[in-house]
Write a new protein. Structure first.
Length: 254
C-alpha cells in the first residue's frame, strides 16, 4: 500500500520518485550486461535510441518485473491484477558540439489527460485511484538537475481543458519540470501525464534508463503479450506478463 504522502504526491503531480529501489551492485551488473549486449548510445540523434529484450539477459533485469518495493504501489494504482504490457530501455548522450543535429531538433511533450482511446487516463472514485498505462522508469545512471531525461508538466494528468499547442514544446516552456534521479531510483508516473524527454546535456556521462509499462489486467496496449519464450521467470513474473483477460485472473501475490 502507498503511504499517505506517496498517495498525495502522486495524485497531485502525476508522478513519484521512489529512491534507492536498486542497490549499487544490481545497477552495476545491469550496466555491465548492457555493455556486453552492445548497448551504446549513438552520436547522432541520441534521443531516439532504444533497446529491448533485456529480460533474457540476466536475473537482475527479470527482477524488475515484480520489484518488491513497487508491487504495493502498482497494485494501488492499477488494481491487484495488473500486468506488464511492454518494456524498453533508453541510452542517450549529449549532442556533439557543432554537429549538424545540435540545436536542429524541436523537442516536444506528448499525451494529455483523458486519452481513453489510447489507454491513457487517470481517475479517482471514492478513495481509489484508477489508471490506464503506468510507467516505472529505473535510472541506471545519475540524472542530475538540468541534465535531461524525463520531464513533464506536473498535475497535467488531471487537466480538463485542452492544452495549448505551444505548451507542448519543451525548450523555453516555464511549466515543464525535469525530474532528477540517482542511479537505482525508480520514477513511477501515469501516462495520462503530459511528458517527454528533455535533451541530454550532461558532458560527464550517458543516460541509461529502463522503462516498464504496466496496465490494468483487462487492457493490452502493445501489439503482443510478453509472456512467451523468456526463460528463468518465476510464477509471479509469469502471472504479471500474462496477456489481458478478466475471467478468473488471480491477484498478484506480494
Amino acid at each position: 500500500m502507498m503511504t499517505d504522502e506517496q498517495r498525495f504526491l502522486f495524485d497531485l503531480q502525476g508522478y513519484l520518485v521512489v529512491p534507492g529501489v536498486l542497490d549499487p551492485s544490481t545497477v552495476e551488473r545491469m550496466r555491465t550486461e548492457m555493455d556486453a549486449h552492445g548497448v551504446d548510445p549513438p552520436e547522432v540523434d541520441p534521443d531516439a535510441y532504444r533497446f529491448g529484450d533485456f529480460f533474457r539477459w540476466c536475473e537482475e533485469f527479470r527482477r524488475l518485473i515484480d520489484q518488491p518495493a513497487l508491487l504495493p504501489l502498482l497494485a494501488e494504482l492499477l488494481g491487484p491484477r495488473f500486468r506488464l504490457d511492454h518494456a524498453y530501455g533508453m541510452a542517450t548522450r549529449p549532442q556533439p558540439t557543432g554537429s549538424a543535429a545540435e540545436g536542429s531538433t524541436v523537442h516536444t511533450l506528448h499525451h494529455t489527460a483523458g486519452m481513453f482511446e489510447n489507454a491513457c487516463f487517470y481517475l479517482t472514485h471514492g478513495n481509489r485511484i484508477h489508471n490506464g498505462l503506468v510507467t516505472v522508469s529505473y535510472a541506471l545512471t545519475d540524472i542530475t538537475p538540468g541534465a535531461g531525461g524525463f520531464c513533464c508538466i506536473p498535475g497535467s494528468h488531471k487537466a480538463i481543458f485542452p492544452m495549448p499547442r505551444r505548451l507542448f514544446q519543451i525548450e523555453g516552456n516555464p511549466w515543464v519540470r525535469q525530474i532528477p534521479q540517482q542511479a537505482g531510483d525508480a520514477l513511477i508516473f501515469t501516462e495520462a501525464l503530459t511528458h517527454g524527454t528533455w535533451p541530454w546535456s550532461d558532458p560527464n556521462g550517458v543516460r541509461r534508463s529502463v522503462l516498464l509499462k504496466y496496465a490494468p489486467h483487462y487492457m493490452q496496449w502493445g501489439q503482443q503479450p510478453m509472456d512467451a519464450g523468456i526463460e528463468g521467470l518465476t510464477e509471479r513474473q509469469r502471472l504479471i506478463l500474462m496477456g489481458a483477460h478478466v475471467s478468473r485472473r488471480p491477484p498478484i501475490p506480494e
